[in-house]
Design a protein around this ligand. Structure first.
Ligand SMILES: [Zn+2]
Length: 266
């Protein structure tokens, strides 16, 4: 073998080793993973505050805790004119974990920080107030939340309202580049057209006052998805009875644990 060929061969082997190393050395990208056990204090908060967690069998509880832990290691939570305690942090993380719990590996890679306000806050660039918002432009990668609304979302976990779940659904919706009520990266192509049909017919029912879905769901497709997802995770049995086709579509998208399917109102 000539020395030129030898150099090329060595070069190719080194390149292959580098590619292999890069692919396997850090499979979660820049994501930090827990190096310490999940704190007992956090477990206690989950048990006291989060019905979804409470209904899980033990081994699923451990999986939920790990997801909460990973979330908290990778997403900064900052109080704006308010303090942030362990309960706030756990409730925010739980709201992010619940919609993704049916997926084996999925993280909010496009979320870097949650800003917690004491109550409703002004939407940037407007005079309107909001209780929850996913940032855009200079606020990209940030979620803004009202602490009061966060806590309220967990006081009644069957009232079809949870602002954190709502905002995390918007983040999921944005993963394909469009906030349009279609989770294109998660749904199968074959399900897309039936899903748009379901949105249309369910929105019509809201318009004609013939629906148990709250009015805000008729705002646009993105709000529809966020509103019905809150409904799905808080009152699955009622949604199944009142809107069976919608329930079945959401059930297949989110693939929630059996504990949720088998318990009425958790
Ligand atoms: Zn919304």
């Amino acid at each position: 073998m000539s020395s030129t060929k030898m150099y090329i061969l060595v070069g190719v082997v080194v390149a292959l080793i580098l590619v292999f190393y890069k692919r396997n050395s850090n499979p979660t990208g820049s994501f930090r993973t827990p190096q310490k056990p999940f704190p007992d204090e956090w477990k206690k908060i989950l048990f006291q505050e989060v019905d979804f967690y409470k209904a899980l069998p033990s081994f699923e509880k451990r999986r939920f805790e790990k997801r909460v832990h990973i979330f908290l290691l990778n997403v900064k939570i900052t109080g704006v004119r308010t303090t942030v305690d362990h309960t706030d942090r756990i409730l925010i993380a739980a709201g992010g974990v619940i919609p993704l719990f049916g997926f084996e590996k999925w993280h909010y890679m496009n979320l870097k920080e949650v800003l917690l306000y004491p109550d409703s806050f002004e939407i940037p660039g407007s005079t309107k107030q909001a209780k929850g918002l996913v940032g855009w432009g200079a606020m990209k990668g940030k979620m803004m939340l009202s602490k009061k609304a966060l806590r309220y979302g967990y006081t009644d976990q069957t009232d079809q309202k949870n602002v954190v779940i709502h905002e995390f659904i918007h983040i999921l919706d944005m993963q394909d580049g469009k906030t349009d009520g279609v989770l294109a990266k998660i749904m199968k192509d074959v399900d897309l057209s039936p899903w748009l049909h379901i949105i249309q017919s369910e929105m019509y029912k809201i318009h004609t006052d013939n629906s148990t879905i709250r009015d805000y769901g008729k705002e646009n497709n993105a709000e529809f998805l966020a509103v019905v997802s809150e409904y799905f995770f808080e009152s699955p049995e009622e949604l199944k009875t009142e809107h069976p086709a919608l329930f079945s579509a959401l059930d297949s998208i989110f693939n929630p644990p059996r504990s949720m399917r088998s318990r009425r109102n958790w």
